[in-house]
Structure formats: structure tokens, C-alpha cells
Design a protein around this ligand. Structure first.
Ligand SMILES: NC(=O)c1ccc[n+]([C@@H]2O[C@H](COP(=O)([O-])OP(=O)(O)OC[C@H]3O[C@@H](n4cnc5c(N)ncnc54)[C@H](O)[C@@H]3O)[C@@H](O)[C@H]2O)c1
Length: 307
């Protein structure tokens, strides 16, 4: 019997990449899967039903149970319709994997309002829209598993990804908070920072990818014999959605090929404290900072060109 036997899973972005790998794996483990995908281009433009349809067909051809859903996660109404699709087909929702995503890599100089709104819409609002709808469906039965997707781009900071990094860090913060809201209802919420070879990473030039990887504090990833397949991410996601993962809540993971890491939440590194209710003046900070908080601090992007 599969580890997800008879569970109902909603997978947004389930038509391609990581979401597709999650949908196929969960179906193999006995889940009935709602494969949600608008089939957009990488930058969020256009719609195409075929990615969701193809994954549904693959699941059915392998003897599994699946149905497609084409609504966009980018509106609250869309999130509600996606969950309603799952209720219409399968009468309940046990698992939500919110993997829908788009990419528009730009520095802050070049980020347009439209870029900003598109990225906020799919990643941040889009995660909220499906999580809220799914959590409402899960609350009554005191069971649920939710996995959201962040990125090293936001958690660690990579150059040239102003809006993408911001929204992905926002997703991690959202998961951290919502885990505390939902845990008492038997619903877990965890967040995964993946590295996987999908069309998203294929769009990033190799030298940029290498430079970003070098400055990241993430563990050196270990490729599997076939590189960094989305399937490696899917196994961690599926595990977090099993019954046995019921006490894993509010956690942040990094997964890439053969590496799975538990990441820390932001923590205090050093503190300077004034005795007896005083406060630090700018003059005092100018003297004290280099000797205390500033010891060993490095500028991640030191100036190198005159303006
Ligand atoms: N691949 C990586 O290395 C990597 C790294 C960090 C974070 N991530 C995150 O992982 C998640 C999956 O990424 P991927 O690499 O599989 O990308 P992908 O482009 O292969 O797949 C994303 C899917 O989401 C769908 N989608 C886009 N907008 C949608 C919307 N509004 N509603 C419903 N579906 C929509 C797309 O049509 C696409 O099929 C994303 O959230 C991404 O930001 C991926």
C-alpha cells in the first residue's frame, strides 16, 4: 500500500517541473491528485491546458487517479476554484503542494511595476490564495499537509532577482507564521527551497548560475547520477505529506540532488545592550559597532565601479 493511499492532493504548478514530479510520485503512492496548472510561459504570459492534461493522462495510464484544473493561483477566487475542483472530483482535500511559479530575473533598476505585480501575484498572493482555501477545507477534519516553495534567491540573497527573491522570502515567512496558525488543527505547513533542473533553471545562463551558487551559503549540492532531477525534490515533498510527518511543522528545507538540509530560521548573532534603560546614540554606535556587532562583517557586494 502506498504511503499516501486514499489521500487527496492538490498540486499547483503540477503540469511541469517540480510540481509534475510531485503529482506523479504522489499518485504512485496512492493519492488522488488534482493537477492544477495554467500552462503559462516562464514569465507568466499565456495559457495552455496541455501540461496539466498530459500529467493527468500519465497518472491515469499508470493506473492512478487524477483530474486537471486550469485556474490561476494569482487571485483569491482562483485559489478557491482550485480547491473547489478538488472537492468536486474527490470530495475532500488532504494535501496541498503549492509549486506554481514564474520567473523574471531583473535587478531592482530594471524591475517594472508589472514585473513586481506578476511575481507577487503568482508566488506570494498565489501561495496565500490556495493555502487559505485548502486550510478551510482541512480544518473541519483536523488533518492536512501543506508544502510551499521558497528559494535560496530570497533566503540567502542572489544578485539580479529583486522581485523574485522578495516574494520567495515572503513565502518562507508566510509558511513560518501559518504553521503556527494551523498546527493545532492537525495541519502542517513546511517550506522547501529546491534546486532542480526544470525550464526555470534552464533559463538562467550557466555562468550566472555558477556565480550565484558560489556566493550562496547553501550546502554544496551533490548531483545524483542524473544531475538535479525534480524527482529528488518530489521525494522530500511527498515524505512531508505522509502521516508519519505529522510533527514536522513550520520547518524550512533545502533539497538539491542527493542533499537534503534542514535550514535555520533567522536567529540573533550578536547583541549590544545598554544598561538601565538607556539607548544607543549615533556617536556611540559609530565607536562601538566595529568593535562589537561589526566584527568580521563582510559586505556581500563591495563597491567596484565609480557611478
Ligand atoms: N527549479 C529550481 O531550481 C527552483 C529553485 C528555487 C525555487 N523554485 C520554485 O519551485 C517551484 C516550482 O518551480 P519549477 O522549477 O518546477 O518551475 P516550472 O516553470 O518548471 O513549473 C512551474 C509551473 O507553474 C505553472 N504556473 C505558473 N503560473 C501559474 C499560475 N498562476 N497558476 C497555476 N499554475 C501556474 C507553470 O505553467 C508551470 O507549469 C516554483 O515556486 C519555483 O519558484 C524552483
Amino acid at each position: 500500500m502506498g504511503l499516501l493511499q486514499n489521500r487527496v492532493a492538490v498540486v499547483t504548478g503540477g503540469g511541469r517541473g517540480i510540481g509534475r514530479a510531485v503529482a506523479l510520485l504522489m499518485a504512485r503512492h496512492g493519492a488522488r491528485v488534482l493537477v492544477n496548472d495554467t500552462g503559462t510561459g516562464l514569465d507568466g504570459d499565456g495559457v495552455d491546458r496541455s501540461p496539466a492534461d498530459q500529467v493527468v493522462q500519465e497518472i491515469q495510464a499508470a493506473g492512478g487517479v487524477a483530474a486537471p484544473s486550469y485556474h490561476s493561483v494569482s487571485s483569491v477566487e482562483g485559489g478557491e476554484k482550485i480547491v473547489q475542483d478538488a472537492l468536486n472530483h474527490f470530495h475532500t482535500v488532504d494535501i496541498l503542494v503549492a509549486a506554481a511559479g514564474i520567473l523574471r530575473d531583473r535587478t531592482v533598476f530594471d524591475t517594472t511595476e508589472e514585473d513586481w505585480n506578476a511575481l507577487v501575484g503568482v508566488h506570494l498572493k498565489g501561495t496565500f490564495s490556495v493555502v487559505r482555501a485548502a486550510a478551510r477545507a482541512m480544518r473541519g477534519k483536523a488533518y492536512g499537509r501543506i508544502v510551499t516553495f521558497t528559494s535560496a534567491a530570497g533566503l540567502y540573497g542572489t544578485f539580479g532577482q529583486a522581485a523574485y527573491g522578495a516574494v520567495k522570502d515572503g513565502v518562507a515567512g508566510f509558511a513560518r507564521v501559518v504553521a503556527r496558525d494551523l498546527g493545532r488543527f492537525g495541519i502542517t505547513v513546511n517550506c522547501v527551497a529546491p534546486r532542480a533542473e526544470t525550464r526555470m533553471t534552464a533559463s538562467v545562463p550557466d555562468d550566472i548560475m555558477r556565480q550565484r551558487q558560489e556566493v550562496l551559503g547553501v550546502p554544496q549540492p551533490t548531483p545524483t547520477s542524473d544531475g538535479y532531477p525534480p524527482e529528488a525534490v518530489a521525494h522530500l515533498v511527498a515524505f512531508l505529506c505522509t502521516d508519519t510527518a505529522g510533527d514536522i511543522n513550520g520547518q524550512l528545507f533545502y533539497v538539491a540532488g542527493g542533499v537534503v538540509s534542514l535550514l535555520s530560521h533567522p536567529a540573533v548573532t550578536r547583541t549590544v545592550r545598554k544598561p538601565s534603560g538607556g539607548r544607543w546614540s549615533v556617536e556611540e554606535l559609530a565607536v562601538a559597532f566595529p568593535l562589537t556587532l561589526g566584527v568580521g562583517l563582510a559586505n556581500p557586494a563591495p563597491p567596484r565601479e565609480s557611478p
